[in-house]
Design a protein around this ligand. Structure first.
Ligand SMILES: Cc1cc2nc3c(=O)[nH]c(=O)nc-3n(C[C@H](O)[C@H](O)[C@H](O)COP(=O)(O)O)c2cc1C
Ligand code: SF4
Length: 506
């Protein structure tokens, strides 16, 4: 009997280890031989811990499970039976390319990984020239999933053409955006795909060393990635002779410094070099002068973890999904006040409203949706009137929004958008690296100005608008430059929340 109990952080936080123990004990008491696999999550967080029992090759789900359910799960009489997991609506409606293996395989089994298509992309890339590798990525239309949506092929080509004795591949796994967890999930559920993507990147730009800059708040992901690197090295996937190709690539896991701004690529490079995480002025681009002054690819986890499927199935296969200039799939992270939260991978093009109402099932509170913050703390609050906006970089831009790392945080009508605007400004003030004045001073003044509005001083509203313009135009990086988006979207779409009445003086 084969049983899967996720060891992903979300499942662990919900008691997955206790369930795994209960199942082991019950099985032992019955004299049953059970093979217990600790998989990643399927991404249906409202069903976690989701136990799966394999019967005749079909995996049947039970969830959300508790230790008390162990008996009935083994009997097949549990009231929490969900039927075959692959047939659940949430799974059926997705296009799982990047996350195809996540939750399916044993994350630390290289055999399982290869049995599900793993390393096929790398084997193909090994037979290609570096120019052809970069060309393949360009043709796929892949754009950076870390926030800016910059074409990955163009970035790789810049590094490929740079002349240097040493080049680097850096994976940005700092994942600081509120409501996002795709990077963590893939690292915990399918770590070899990230390693494989980084090796292909190395072959494409002639880099032999890589680093994963991994958020310090992700101890489980750090443990899984560290072990996966050891396994890959022992198997000759990483090292001096990648899969017997005669090409070298190795990588190290580095723990992040615990600051949001360390996810900004130049600040990340400083941090990785042991310096304070302060943003560097650009140019020079990291692609030309990055880690230790050498040409460096800095890519998000999802960007790199998507590379293997592009090489396994071909650039055109990937490019055939999507909308306009947003090719392939977007790995939506649905969070906040929703009935069903989790990871949902779909081709670009679905409308925001369909995701919130249909996929996520509306709010958990049952109250009407008021706003959705898309794209992390620097993303706009999208009102319901913008729900027909299609998920695509250009489409969101035209609607005053941001796809960013594709995190969605949903709020019901009890949310006070003035408070949310204040939170955005305060976040910027707290997380500012301090290098430029519009952000360092502007965010503090922004909080004060919103407090004046909250106290009924409506004359401060134009001041807030003016300050946002200055931050937008004058900040060195997107922390100061994009904080005006949540603030101004709250003010523009929810003016009633800013119309406070001055309390009478006593
Ligand atoms: C304040 C700030 C925080 C950021 N945090 C992250 C992060 O946590 N992870 C990430 O991949 N990119 C983050 N970025 C974007 C990176 O600077 C960079 O664009 C990205 O890592 C490039 O990879 P991509 O092209 O694959 O998206 C952040 C940017 C800013 C301005
Ligand atoms: S905008 Fe803020 S975080 Fe970015 S460089 Fe300026 S002070 Fe630093």
């Amino acid at each position: 009997m084969k049983i899967y109990v996720p060891a992903d952080s979300a499942a662990l936080a919900l008691g997955a280890n206790d369930i795994a123990d209960a199942i082991t004990q019950q099985a032992r008491a019955r004299g049953l031989t059970v093979e217990l696999v600790r998989n990643g999550t399927r991404g249906m967080i409202w069903l976690e811990p989701l136990v799966e029992v394999e019967v005749d090759g079909v995996r049947h789900g039970f969830g959300p499970a508790t230790p008390d359910d162990a008996d009935a799960i083994l009997d097949g009489t549990s009231a929490k039976a969900l039927g075959p997991v692959d047939k659940l609506d949430w799974m059926q409606r997705q296009t799982r390319l990047t996350f195809a293996r996540c939750g399916v395989i044993d994350p630390l089994s290289l055999e399982d990984y290869q049995a599900h298509g793993g390393l096929a992309g790398l084997r193909r890339a090994i037979a290609m020239s570096s120019a052809d590798i970069v060309d393949e990525v360009t043709k796929s239309g892949l754009r950076g999933r870390g926030g800016a949506g910059f074409p990955t092929g163009i970035k790789w080509n810049t590094v490929r053409q740079a002349q240097a004795a040493q080049k680097y591949i850096i994976c940005n796994a700092d994942e600081g955006d509120s409501g996002t967890f795709a990077d963590r999930m893939i690292m915990e559920g399918d770590p070899f795909t990230l390693i494989e993507g980084m090796i292909i990147a190395g072959l494409g730009v002639d880099a032999t060393r890589g680093y994963v800059y991994l958020r310090s708040e992700y101890p489980d992901a750090i443990a899984v990635m560290t072990r996966a690197v050891e396994i890959a090295r022992a198997a000759g996937v990483l090292g001096a002779d990648v899969l017997g190709s005669g090409r070298a690539f190795d990588l190290e896991i580095r723990k992040g410094a615990g600051a949001y701004v360390c996810g900004e690529e130049t600040s990340l490079l400083n941090s990785l070099e042991g310096k304070r995480g302060v943003v560097r002025a650009k140019p020079p681009l990291p692609a030309l002068e990055g880690f230790l002054g050498q040409p460096t690819v800095v890519n998000n986890v999802i960007s790199l973890a998507t590379v293997p499927v592009i090489f396994e199935k071909g650039a055109q296969f990937y490019a055939d999904f999507g909308l306009g200039r947003s090719r392939g799939t977007v790995t939506l992270q649905i969070a906040g006040n929703v009935a069903r939260g989790g990871l949902f991978e779909t081709a670009f093009g679905m409308s925001l409203g369909a995701v919130v109402n249909d996929i996520a099932g509306g709010t958990a509170s049952g109250r009407p949706v008021k706003a959705v913050q898309v794209g992390g703390p620097l993303g706009a609050y999208m009102p319901v009137s913008k729900f027909d906006t299609a998920l695509g970089y250009e489409e969101f831009d035209a609607a005053g929004g941001l796809i960013g790392h594709a995190g969605l945080v949903v709020f019901d009508d009890s949310a006070d958008m003035l408070c949310m605007a204040r939170f955005a400004m305060e976040f910027c003030a707290v997380e500012s690296c301090g290098k430029c004045t519009p952000c360092r001073i502007g965010a503090v003044r922004g909080v004060e100005t919103i407090d004046r509005i909250a106290a009924g001083d409506s004359a401060a509203i134009p001041l807030l608008t003016d300050l946002c313009e200055t931050m937008k135009d004058g900040s060195l990086c997107a922390l100061g430059g994009f904080t005006p988006f949540p603030v101004m979207s709250a003010l523009t779409h929810f003016p009633d929340d800013f119309a406070r009445v001055k309390e009478a003086a006593e």
